[in-house]
Design a protein. Sequence first.
Length: 192
Amino acid sequence: MSTTEAPERRDDSDGGAWIATVSPDEATGTLAGAYETQRQKLGHVTELTQVGSLYPDLVATRLRLYEVVDAAPSAVPSWARRAVALLTSVLNHCRFCTVGHTEKLGAEGHGDLADAIKADPATASSGVAEVDALLVYTRVLVQTPGAVTEDHIEALRTAGWDDLAILDVNNIAAYYCYINRVATGLGLTREA
């Protein structure tokens, strides 16, 4: 497809994007390569990936950014990282991302925590003091980023987290703040 041809706008009655997208069957060049990378990892191309398809370099860069953020070699357990992502998405009222994180947190054996975060994101607790410190930091970073101070970082260190873990959680919350706005702002919705 050339850049002068406008793809047809998708039907958004099923929670699909409000803007035109390029389907995997129509993709060429950089976009086809990015789609293939995701297809090899997940078995399909996600709606979130397709919503950026009018700008192929953006799609490729977002997929790479996700890989890098997701692969941080920190001591934060996978389920705690997922809890931070879910809390971020719930606080941002992003139903699309909330569904996916809920499913993944449940698959890791923490469905009760996912339910608690969705029911009361302001006070939900994991029952693990070190992880709860991450949730406290995430709430401040997501809701009032200008209020984050060095004291918040010191509280994480006091809870036992090293600087790589702190960087990891900061990047997870920041990444999902961005992605939540992409999904919600362009019409991707699923029932949470």
